[in-house]
Write a protein that binds this ligand. Structure first.
Ligand SMILES: NC(=O)c1ccc[n+]([C@@H]2O[C@H](COP(=O)([O-])OP(=O)(O)OC[C@H]3O[C@@H](n4cnc5c(N)ncnc54)[C@H](O)[C@@H]3O)[C@@H](O)[C@H]2O)c1
Length: 307
C-alpha cells in the first residue's frame, strides 16, 4: 500500500474523480463525507463502488474531523456547500465552508500532517468589469459577488495565517466551471446537465450565457492530487488552466458530438471569464489537459452507458 489519502467531500463530483484516480495509482484512500450518497462513484465506475474506507461525518464537527485526519499522510479538502446552498442558508454555508476548513487545518496541526490542499474557487474574484485586464492576474484583488465567494476568500486567508503562525503548508486551487460525469449540483453544473440530456437524445436549455472557463473533472481531480503532494510556502492560491469559451460554443461542441440541439440564455454569470493560470503551470512544471471535444465525448459515453 502507498500513502494514505484523506479526501473530504469525496462523494462530490471532484471527490469521486479524485478517489478514482488515486485508486488507479494504488493509493490507500479514506473518504469523509456527510452523506452516504454514492451515485457519482457508481456513475464513473460502471456501477461499481470503489474499494476504500468510507467514513461518514460532518466537517463542522471538530472531533469527527480530528478522528479521520489521524493517520492520513495527505489531505485533499473538498467538502463544501456550493453557491445556491450558501445563498439559501448563509449560516450553514459559513459553518460548512469556513468552520469546516478551520477544523481541517486544526486537525492537520494536531496530527502532524505537514501539508494539505483545499478547494477554493474562481468565485473569489468579482466580474470582468472589476479588472483592467481580460485575464485576471492570480494576485488581483478578490471581490467576490456571492457569500460562497466570501467564504472561499476567508479560507484562502486563514490558510495564510496557519502558515504564518504554525508553518503549516497548504495550497488552494480555484476551479472555474468543472464539467464531466458527476457534475450535477451548483451554479455552473448546467452545461454538464446539457451533455447528459443530449447523450440521451433530449434537448436542454442552460439558463445563462456568457463566457466560462471549462475544466474537465478528471483533470481537476489530477490537479488536486498533484497539489496534495507538493509542500509549499506561504499558502499560495492557484487558478487552473481552462478552455475559456462561451456557453454557446460549449453547447455547439456537444451538438457536434450528439446531434442534439441545445440552447442557452444571453446573460453571463457573475464570474470573471478567466484567471491567469501561469503560476500553476510554473509550479507543477508539466501540465496537460484533456481536449474539450474528447472530454465531452467521454462524458456523453458515460451518461449514455448508464441508461
Ligand atoms: N465544481 C466546480 O465547478 C467547482 C468550482 C469551484 C470550486 N469548487 C469547489 O470544489 C470542491 C468540490 O466541488 P464539487 O463540484 O465536487 O462539489 P459537490 O457539491 O459535488 O460535492 C461536495 C461534497 O461535500 C459534501 N459535504 C457537504 N457538506 C458537508 C459536511 N458538512 N460535511 C462533510 N461533507 C460535506 C457533500 O455531501 C458533497 O459530497 C468544493 O469545495 C467546491 O466549492 C468546485
Amino acid at each position: 500500500m502507498g500513502e494514505r489519502y484523506l479526501v473530504t467531500g469525496a462523494n462530490g463530483c471532484i471527490g469521486a474523480w479524485t478517489v478514482k484516480l488515486l485508486l488507479d495509482e494504488g493509493c490507500e484512500v479514506v473518504s469523509f463525507d456527510l452523506g452516504a450518497d454514492e451515485h457519482r462513484h457508481r456513475l464513473i465506475n460502471a456501477g461499481q463502488l470503489p474499494d476504500i474506507e468510507w467514513r461518514q461525518g460532518d466537517i463542522t464537527n471538530a472531533a469527527d474531523v480530528a478522528d479521520v485526519v489521524a493517520g492520513a499522510d495527505r489531505i485533499i479538502h473538498l467538502a463544501a456547500l456550493q453557491v445556491p446552498f450558501c445563498r439559501d442558508d448563509p449560516p450553514r454555508g459559513a459553518e460548512v465552508n469556513v468552520k469546516g476548513t478551520v477544523n481541517v487545518f486544526e486537525a492537520a496541526l494536531a496530527h502532524d500532517v505537514p501539508h494539505l490542499v483545499q478547494a477554493s474557487s474562481i468565485a473569489v474574484y468579482g466580474t470582468n468589469n472589476d479588472y483592467s485586464t481580460a485575464v485576471v492576474p492570480v494576485d488581483a484583488p478578490r471581490l467576490p459577488r456571492t457569500l460562497y465567494g466570501v467564504y472561499k476568500t476567508a479560507c484562502e486567508d486563514l490558510a495564510r495565517i496557519y502558515w504564518r503562525d504554525h508553518g503549516l503548508s497548504s495550497a488552494a486551487l480555484r476551479p472555474h466551471t468543472v464539467h464531466g460525469a458527476g457534475r450535477d449540483q451548483g451554479m455552473t453544473s448546467q452545461p454538464t446537465v446539457a451533455v447528459e440530456h443530449a447523450a440521451n437524445g433530449q434537448s436542454y436549455t442552460v439558463d445563462y450565457g456568457g463566457t466560462l472557463g471549462f475544466q474537465y473533472a478528471p483533470d481537476i481531480a489530477r490537479a488536486f492530487i498533484e497539489a496534495s503532494r507538493r509542500p509549499t510556502e506561504a499558502a499560495p492560491a492557484f487558478n487552473l488552466p481552462a478552455d475559456t469559451i462561451s456557453v454557446r460554443n460549449f453547447l455547439d461542441v456537444v451538438t457536434d458530438i450528439t446531434g442534439v440541439e441545445l440552447f442557452c440564455g444571453d446573460v453571463g454569470l457573475d464570474l470573471v471569464d478567466e484567471g491567469a493560470a501561469d503560476s500553476w503551470t510554473e509550479w507543477v512544471r508539466e501540465w496537460s489537459t484533456t481536449p474539450l471535444a474528447d472530454a465531452i465525448r467521454e462524458s456523453a459515453e458515460i451518461f449514455s452507458n448508464r441508461n
